[in-house]
Design a protein around this ligand. Structure first.
Ligand SMILES: NC(=O)c1ccc[n+]([C@@H]2O[C@H](COP(=O)([O-])OP(=O)(O)OC[C@H]3O[C@@H](n4cnc5c(N)ncnc54)[C@H](OP(=O)(O)O)[C@@H]3O)[C@@H](O)[C@H]2O)c1
Length: 303
């Protein structure tokens, strides 16, 4: 089986690619970096440029399934122009991918698309759990990005392709992401929650995220799925667990929300919003989580 992966050079993409290659899949990937077309050993890279509508159609040859992860990082200051980039990198890359397939005039064998999405689509809520049936609305910037991105993904059905959208939570990985940012201050005893510290953090260990992508591909999942671990925690519990994993004290009070808003502007939504998200649908599909306890997940990644 041959897969095409976009965003394969990123935090999640690298791990998925490694894993799929080990499992025996053949991998093509699309990258916006001309110098990155041969950096993933065992996989074949192709250049694309969604801003300029350039794509190497050879990337589709022999491909059965696409994993679509491409998008500019959201962890960079949300200036007006950078917000446009967060939005357009997801929308334009989805549009170009579909246009590329359309240009093959039916001469392809792609049957399935598994696309990244994000739990940022759900409204921030400090009390209620949300599952995939929850109503969503285009109120905040992140909600607008994710809803439009998911709608764009749905367009692939016009080519007879079935679609799975994985709404990813806070990914815990040993190499970068949120742990890369929080590890150092917490190591020096400067770990602190943000705002009330009572925000729900729907995390997932990288191994489980990769496992869910793999199962979604192998079992040809269709529809929307939350890719989060079964036991979300408050942000204070998260920082306390991280401090324990690092064997460091945790004593600082939370940083007041207004200070974070002054410092980070609208981007502070990323740390002040609360998401208690259900993983029941993924469990019902037969996925068995390796990490359901935040302390065990962090101990594993910090070791
Ligand atoms: N990490 C998380 O906690 C998390 C949570 C929820 C959702 N997600 C979503 O999952 C996806 C992958 O996340 P990640 O953490 O692996 O992200 P990442 O490390 O930032 O990697 C994203 C990849 O997207 C590609 N990319 C960047 N800008 C692009 C553009 N303008 N046009 C096309 N491609 C572009 C890059 O690949 P090239 O340089 O090779 O082109 C990059 O390696 C993202 O869409 C993200 O929003 C992640």
């Amino acid at each position: 089986m041959k897969l095409l992966i976009t965003g394969a050079t990123g935090l999640i993409g690298k791990k998925i690619t490694e894993n799929l290659l080990e499992t025996g899949f053949q991998i093509h990937y699309l990258t916006t970096g001309k110098s990155k077309t041969n950096i993933l050993q065992g996989a074949t890279g192709f250049y694309w440029n969604p801003e300029q509508n350039q794509i190497d159609l050879k990337c589709f040859y022999g491909v059965d399934t696409i994993i679509h992860l491409a998008g500019s990082t959201v962890s960079k200051r949300w200036t007006k122009s950078y917000k446009e980039k967060i939005y357009s990198s997801r929308i334009n890359s989805s549009k170009l991918l579909l246009k590329g397939i359309e240009d093959l005039n039916g001469e392809h064998q792609i049957k399935h698309l598994v696309s990244a999405s994000a739990i940022g689509v759900y409204p921030s809520d400090f009390n209620d759990y949300f599952d995939e049936e929850a109503e969503v609305s285009r109120t905040t910037f992140m909600e607008r990005v994710v809803i439009d991105w998911e709608n764009e993904t749905d367009s692939f059905s016009s080519e007879g392709i079935s679609i799975a959208k994985l709404r990813i939570g806070l990914v815990l990985s040993e190499s970068g992401g949120v742990l890369g940012t929080l590890k150092l201050p917490t190591y020096f005893g400067l770990g602190a929650a943000f705002g009330s510290g009572k925000q729900g953090q729907s995390w997932i260990h990288m191994n489980d995220l990769v496992g869910i992508f793999l199962k979604a591909v192998e079992d040809q999942w269709e529809g929307v799925f939350n890719a989060v671990a079964p036991n979300p925690v408050t942000q204070s519990e998260f920082i306390a667990s991280l401090s324990r994993a690092l064997k460091r004290p945790y004593f600082l009070p939370p940083i007041p929300a207004f200070l974070i808003r002054i410092g980070a502007g609208e981007m502070s939504d990323l740390v002040l919003d609360s998401h208690w998200i259900s993983s029941q649908k993924v469990i019902d599909k037969g996925y068995s989580f390796q990490y359901t306890d935040i302390q065990k997940a962090l101990d594993d990644l910090i070791k």
